[in-house]
Write a protein that binds this ligand. Structure first.
Ligand code: AMP
Ligand code: GLY
Length: 443
């Protein structure tokens, strides 16, 4: 009997995960809760909210689900994996203690500091008076962060004292982010290109997927407000020595520190890095696959993604990795798990957003998709829904056009070609995703 897999979530990341699972030679039976019209083409959507832990647990029990992959951070931070472990369901995604790395930025900083991993200097505050007094001692710019998970809106990079003060007040006095902003970090501002590193681990062994880069700002050349991500590409080509340095200076000590603290971790640890002049430094952890990074990292994954996730969830990743083939010719040295990435392929995702995003935007606009996906290009749905048999927009980031090719230019041209055939009223996108594709000269 084929394995049954439930993917929890409803965005572009989950559509990409379902697509990769559907390509498994095991031909699994796939479910997605609650899913979107894109996932419905490959999986049975189950009308359960990601916060309905009891409903999800009952579904898994009734259907004898073999594996649950949890996409978004909120259910991970709130302990969905722990609930499922209690009924012996293998889960890809950490329990609440591991997910705290994303849910509590002060805790993440403590882990980094004990592990002696490079990260921006910081101080933590619970009152605005103490925070403002501390600002008196700092030169601008600084970064002010809500400690809790605030849907990506809790971080402000502040060029002026006024901006920093405003964000302090918004978090601590106006409580704009609720409980997530009742404690804040004030951090040194670092400079350099950013890099997303997805570490798949079962707590003992790990492997690194292709390094990728998100484009967070709404406007071209990184102008305007931050968004959930307007596009991404992979792999990011790095100076040769940087691959090993990221592994040795950052990944290994962080995983060792989790073990030292007896924090189990089975799933993805997303490490957000900034490549400064003095070396890579950790900006943030996420306890899950990145969105939109997943849309470009998974197409380069060469193994059986279902087996990979299943063995990780069971704690057997080491034995599984040992059985894999040798790395491809272009694989960088010292990148653990090189053999799971097609380094001679490149991928790009360009997000099509609704006009007005990340501010107010209209929903319910009819979507016209390109005539057909092929092996090198496809549409990943994110903010879409079906309304009277029509596909319409239902979110700020509506969909992503993915292109894969033998070089970055080919991948970009496929992705942009697909977007040219995609229509809805108010469709906007950045034209410069992946335009500066390499960091070999970053240092
Ligand atoms: P975070 O959620 O902590 O990664 O922050 C979101 C974004 O804010 C990052 O991707 C960076 O672009 C920026 N950022 C966060 N911390 C810093 C920092 N210490 N220095 C410079 N930029 C930062
Ligand atoms: N792309 C950033 C994130 O997933 O949080």
């Amino acid at each position: 009997m084929s394995r049954k897999v439930l993917v929890v979530g409803s965005g572009g990341r989950e559509h990409a995960i379902v697509k990769q699972l559907a390509a498994s030679p095991q031909q699994p039976q796939l479910f997605c809760a609650p899913g979107n019209p894109g996932t419905a083409e490959l999986a049975a959507n189950v009308p359960l909210s990601v916060s309905d832990f009891e409903g999800i647990a009952s579904f898994c029990r009734e259907q004898s689900v073999d594996l649950v992959i949890i996409g978004p951070e909120d259910p991970l931070i709130d302990g969905l994996a722990d609930v499922l472990h209690r009924i012996d369901i293998p889960v890809f995604g950490p329990g609440a203690t591991g997910a705290r790395l994303e849910g509590d930025k002060e805790f993440a900083k403590q882990v980094l500091s004990t592990a002696d991993v490079p990260s921006a200097h910081y101080h933590a505050f619970s009152t605005s008076s103490a925070a403002l007094k501390h600002l008196d001692t700092l030169d601008m710019p600084v970064v002010v962060k809500a400690c809790g998970a605030a849907q990506g809106k809790g971080v402000a990079v502040c060029a002026t004292r006024e901006e920093a003060e405003a964000h302090v007040h918004e978090c601590l006095d106006d409580q704009r982010f609720g409980g997530a902003g009742l404690r804040i970090l004030i951090e040194e501002c670092l400079f350099g290109p950013e890099l997303s590193v997805l570490v798949v681990t079962d707590g003992q062994d790990y492997c690194l997927l292709a390094p990728s880069r998100d484009h967070k700002r709404i406007g071209e050349n990184d102008c305007g407000p931050n968004t959930g991500g307007m596009g991404a590409f992979a792999p990011v080509e790095l100076p040769a020595d940087l691959y090993g340095e990221i592994d040795a200076r950052i990944v290994l000590p962080v995983l060792a520190e989790l073990r030292r603290r007896d924090i189990p971790y089975r799933g993805v640890l997303y490490i957000g890095l900034i490549l400064t002049e003095s070396g890579p430094s950790v900006l943030e952890f996420n306890c899950r696959f990145g969105d939109p990074e997943t849309q470009v990292v998974l197409p380069l994954f060469t193994g059986d993604f279902l087996e990979f996730c299943y063995q990780t969830a069971l704690g057997n990743l080491g034995a599984y990795l040992q059985g894999l083939h040798e790395p491809g010719r272009k694989a960088p040295a010292n990148w653990t798990g090189s053999d799971l990435t097609a380094w001679d392929r490149h991928s790009v995702v360009v997000v099509a957003a609704a006009d007005g995003y990340p501010g107010n935007y209209l929903s319910g606009k009819a979507i016209e998709l390109p005539s057909g996906p092929d092996d090198d290009g496809w549409i990943i749905q994110a903010g879409t829904r079906n309304e009277q048999d029509r596909l319409v927009t239902s979110g700020g980031r509506v969909l992503g056009a993915v292109g894969v090719g033998n070089d970055l230019e080919e991948a970009r041209s496929t992705a942009y070609g697909l977007l040219g055939e995609t229509h809805f009223e108010g469709l906007t996108y950045r034209r410069d995703i992946g335009a500066s594709g390499e960091d070999r000269d970053a240092r």
